[in-house]
Design a protein around this ligand. Sequence first.
Ligand SMILES: *Cc1c(COP(=O)(O)O)cnc(C)c1O
Length: 386
Amino acid sequence: MKDKLMLMIPGPTPVPESVLLAMAKHPIGHRSGEFSQVMAEVNQGLKWLHQTQGDVLSLTVSGTGAMEASIINFLSPGDRVLVGNNGKFGERWVEVCQAYGLEVDPVIAEWGQPLDPEQVAEKLAADREKRIKAVVITHSETSTGVINDLEAINRHVKAHGEALIIVDAVTSLGAVSVPVAQWGLDVVASGSQKGYMMPPGLGFVSVSERAWDAYKRATLPRFYLDLGLYRQDYAKNTTPFTPPVNLFFALQASLQLLQAEGLEGVFSRHERLMRATRAAVKALNLPLFAPDAAASPAITAVAPTTVGAEQVRSLVKKRFDIVLAGGQDHLSGKIFRIGHLGFVGDRDILAAVAALEATLQELGVADFNPGAGVAAASQVFSSLRS
Ligand SMILES: *Cc1c(COP(=O)(O)O)cnc(C)c1O
């Protein structure tokens, strides 16, 4: 059916009507008082979302641009960095760091498993000369549906005393608490098309005072993504280069929605969506790819054995206009991923689970009780509602 598409991928995520309508205005001059007012409100909202009074800068980039800005502003050629790598996005951190000539010491876990904070602790404890300048971590590893234990890893970084912690929070920010000030997270990168309930196009980087000190010493080349420029203009509620003005209107509207729901409301909704999805998948006898203890609140990866992942995905799309994500790299054809990040509610999960059940039946999968998935999800919803 036309215009009935339902996105259940981990970005771009669905966008609320008020956010879409906010974009449908004439662009205004970015040096106008009117734009500064929008930016002033947006900057306060971003601090609220990041739980910090520090700077949260907006850039005209996708999430990867925010990641790149998080490296080039705070490090110098040859700097040693510990980089967590347990999926596609951990791998991307390694690639960004290598592209800029950093000395990468990887901390690896199998795809589908979380990073072991003890491995980070050991490497940091062994670094008596304090050569490690940063620990670079993906919080929610979107490619596998695993969330890494950022709090534990960060504790070890703080014990080291020298290294910055640089975090990809692209699919954790706006889904689970990322208390930037309380944990002392130095650099946190995110992107608009994930938890922000917005179209793609804006990237965000939060920067601690310690990171600004490192900025002064950092010598990697930077120009368009020189965060010092954004910081100067940020104080005046403007930007160094022409911003995507209409995306700022969208951001203003989406932050208003998030603030109306409240941080606790937003986080508990994602927790509920994750638990319902996982309960349903288990009830359908489908193996979950990530362990319960490290399940991302943004995305659930499923590794079917009695039917092809791509078969499920293409039929769900064809019959129900629901878009699920596939597996990346060696997981292609092995897993499908159900996104539940951003503008997603209980109804969306019930619809997706029911569509999944119907699809499995159509594909001749017979090792589950029809209705079991919806029943399991409903059970989670009713118990967590009360
Ligand atoms: C989506 C995503 C990114 C950014 O990808 P872009 O396509 O550059 O926006 C980075 N990290 C994670 C974990 C993501 O899910």
